[in-house]
Design a protein around this ligand. Sequence first.
Ligand SMILES: [Zn+2]
Length: 345
Amino acid sequence: MSYMSGKTPVNPKRTMTAQLRALGNTVAVLATVFMVLLVAFVWMLTAISKQSKSKSKTETSATTTVSESTSDTSATDTTETEPETEATTAPAEHASFPEGTKLIALTFDDGPDKCTPQILDTLEREGVVATFFMIGQNVSGTDAALLQRMESLGCELGNHTWAHKTLTKLSEEEAYEQLQKCDKAIEEKVGHKATVIRPPEGAGLLQDGLFKYSRDNKEYVVNWDDVSCPADWQKPARGDAEYTANHVVSNATDGVMVLLHDSYQSTADALPAIIQGLKDKGYTFVTVSQLLEARSAELGLTADAAIAKGYDTSLVAEAYPGGPVYGVRYAYSASKMIFEVRKKG
Ligand SMILES: [Zn+2]
């Protein structure tokens, strides 16, 4: 029994169980610690990943901002480039007049002729400009000095076909050639083509050859004001300078083109009284191009107006901002300027 007393007898089975239990506890603690560490690690990883994601996002948006600002810069560049292009297409002399200025464009057709020098003398003396719609054949037989004098006085040179042909009686090609030959004759004298066209008899404003030539050469097509026109080629105006002058002065209105001819002595003789009468009424004398440029916006002749009306944008693309449109026929009817552009289709 002594064996039984004294030290507590060791139960080997029980000791093993206790050891196992202790081991299990240790493993459990270790596992818990491991799990906690793992969770912490995963959480850290997630946090880092989130942070890096948001960081890269910031970088991306920064890149976007940069690229946007780059495209802004290029947009600015484009805007800065455009006016240069426009400036190239715009005529050198762009007329601008104070609001309320009454403008008038005297025009002389069918020359150069016997009365042209006298007309130029009057214009020079009065300090007034006019536009000469010349016949190519006449230009060809004229001393270059006469055309150069027109230009030195600030007058404008216009194309009135080579042989004063009525365009409606011609084919498209024939009309084009008539205008081309006239321009060539003018170019031989002064080194450049005409800037405006008036078809003989005012006919054929819708003629394809005229339309094409105007567009190809950037020359405006114009007619005239019926009301102020004295019809100087026939009686009672023809042969009566006083009648001619009175008719023009009393019928002139702001912004019109007055049709005269430098082939009639009575017209040349009437010119001083015409100019004086119009000056007394407060008119400023301009060339046809100056008139179109000054009044195109209010007359609805601009490229924007044409596009808004549904006209072919490829045809108005050659127009310059704020000005009238090439390839367009400008005409007068009862003092009211009208214009037409070919519509799409
Ligand atoms: Zn004519």
